[in-house]
Ligand binder design. Structure first.
Ligand code: ATP
Length: 234
């Protein structure tokens, strides 16, 4: 579904991503783990068209997207759930969800999209008329995921969904990611919580200082001693 080849991203003189290559097959959960500053968010922003790569190719369903504008990339089926949620305060939960659907031309299917989101996140239905700013951190994460689902993505990019959440919410969020994937959405999951991310991933890549250092199945990486020492507190 997605093929990233020799991706290089510079911020001025800083080379943040140094020839990174990886693939995502349809139906997979792929995780990219790595410490603070390893370059995870930069890769996500480059796929979603927010950052232009310096060089390299990003191929989505057999066509290059590395020069495409972000709205076009969303229309083609890639939707990002940003780090820190970035929900719209002052708008209700339902209005926030509506914002996620603004690129859709098939307005007649919106009722089904809301129903799907409320199926995964019943609490959002209970609070649909509430100002989104009054939600807890975990509920805001759910809203950010629901907003991304409203565009009916084929590939969902999740940037650190567990960050800053209480353990009970973290478990719930990971279960819901698994359920969304089981229903047919391919997932690229960026996480510092390597344990949880690798446990639900089909495959994973370990990123350090802008380069991929290791790759394997989620289970292989969980069992890898270098990964355990560096990322799993082993
Ligand atoms: P985190 O988990 O802290 O979000 P990350 O793995 O997502 O980290 P990035 O945010 O992609 O890492 O950052 C990769 C590198 O690029 C870091 O060295 C960071 O300081 C640098 N960087 C990120 N954004 C910018 C920017 N806008 N301008 C300059 N340097 C940047």
């Amino acid at each position: 579904m997605l093929d990233v080849q020799d991706l290089v991203v510079n911020y001025g003189a800083i080379q943040a991503i140094k020839k990174v290559s990886f693939t995502i097959h349809t139906g997979e959960i792929v995780t990219l783990i790595g410490a603070n500053g390893a370059g995870k968010s930069t890769i996500l922003h480059t796929i979603s068209g927010i950052i232009r790569p310096t060089s390299g190719k990003i191929t989505y369903r057999n066509h290059p997207i590395q020069r495409e504008a972000a709205p076009k990339i969303v229309r083609e089926g890639i939707s990002q759930v940003p780090e820190g949620r970035h929900i719209f305060p002052g708008l209700s939960v339902q209005e926030n969800l509506q914002m996620g659907a603004f690129i859709r031309k098939d307005r007649q299917n919106l009722a089904q999209a809301y129903a799907e989101v409320y199926h995964y996140f019943p609490v959002l239905k209970q609070r649909c008329h509430q100002d989104a700013a009054t939600l807890s951190g975990g509920e805001q994460q759910m809203l950010a995921m629901g907003r991304a689902l409203m565009s009916h993505p084929q590939l969902m990019l999740l940037d650190e969904p567990s960050m800053g959440l209480a353990p009970i919410f973290i478990n719930e969020i990971f279960e819901i990611i698994r359920a969304i994937n089981a229903a047919g959405t391919t997932v690229l999951l960026i996480e510092q919580n390597a344990n949880k991310a690798l446990a639900i991933a089909d495959r994973g890549y370990v990123l350090a200082a802008g380069q991929i250092k290791l790759q394997g199945t989620g289970q292989d990486l969980l069992a890898n001693q270098a990964v355990q020492r560096a990322y799993l507190g082993g």
